[in-house]
Design a protein around this ligand. Structure first.
Ligand SMILES: C[S@@+](CC[C@H](N)C(=O)[O-])C[C@H]1O[C@@H](n2cnc3c(N)ncnc32)[C@H](O)[C@@H]1O
Length: 267
């Protein structure tokens, strides 16, 4: 996007948008001035935020590569956001060339943009849907004929559950887990602060979208109560999930953290 003279129809460039602010934090170019101003406010609030969102993306890539290395060929990225590199299909196809990927987002801008970038690869689609409707998302109406429901799948809920209360997140993870074939995995990450005052101030800075802080115990129970076994190393800081290097940009003083975990449906 990068501030075209006339923005695409239907896009409100006067208010910041969650997906575009996140893209600006990642150093992407799919955002408008209003989003960059919002991102700058957040960085002023905590200079380590760009490093934290990068850690989240790196966790996503490692989780996808780990799942593909187990032979999983179907990837469902819920709340996918604007395309980044490597994207989920690029990471998965680095391991299994025939991996199929469905990107789901409720934001029409994200979906339009993803569709224009994904017009090339077969077996990769971007669909507009509300991830809060698992039964609809997991139906052929959304997945088309790309996925075989009897085959294991990797479901990504990266940096989205903090837009939901713990009760809603519990309910959603359980409903998705029920629809998965044995051997499937579900990856979760949440960004937040364990300091309620910091969380409240950040909430004011981060557009008008309501956010919630979920702690380690919450994330562990989202997976456990859904009947998913926690994959080693458990619920950890994103850079520590099967990563071998701490992010050099991570300051120990950051009031925020990204928690990450993967659960597996064993039976
Ligand atoms: C912070 S971005 C995360 C992007 C990506 N998952 C990642 O971890 O890098 C959150 C995305 O979730 C999308 N989103 C929020 N609520 C959603 C919902 N109910 N259904 C589908 N997408 C949603 C937003 O539009 C946004 O693109």
């Amino acid at each position: 996007m990068n501030d075209p003279a006339v923005p695409p129809p239907g896009i409100d460039t006067s208010v910041p948008n969650v997906a575009r602010v996140y893209d600006a934090l990642l150093g992407g170019k799919d955002n408008f001035a209003v989003d960059r101003v919002q991102a700058a406010k957040l960085v002023e609030f905590d200079p380590s935020l760009p490093s934290l969102v990068r850690q989240n993306r790196e966790f996503v890539n490692r989780a996808v590569i780990w799942a593909a290395s187990r032979g999983i060929r179907q990837f469902l990225d819920l709340g996918a956001g604007l395309p980044t590199h490597p994207a989920v299909h690029e990471a998965a196809r680095g391991v299994i060339a025939s991996a199929r990927v469905v990107y789901v987002d409720s934001d029409p801008v994200v979906v339009l943009h993803a569709q224009s970038l994904l017009s090339g690869p077969d077996g990769v689609i971007a669909v507009r849907a509300d991830l809060a409707q698992p039964e609809t998302v997991m139906s052929p109406q959304t997945l088309g004929d790309l996925f075989d429901p009897a085959e294991p799948m990797c479901v990504m809920l990266a940096a989205v559950l903090h837009f939901m209360s713990a009760a809603t997140a519990h309910d959603l993870v359980s409903r998705y887990a029920r629809l998965l074939a044995p051997g499937s995995v579900l990856a979760v990450s949440v960004i937040g602060s364990d300091d309620p005052e910091v969380a409240a101030r950040a909430r004011q800075a981060y557009t008008t979208t309501k956010t919630y802080t979920h702690g380690r115990a919450d994330v562990a129970s989202f997976l456990a109560e859904a009947g998913l076994a926690l994959v080693e190393p458990g619920v950890v800081l994103a850079h520590a999930w099967r990563g071998n290097m701490p992010d050099p940009g991570l300051t120990v003083t950051s009031p925020f953290r990204v928690l990450a975990a993967v659960g597996i449906r064993e039976h």
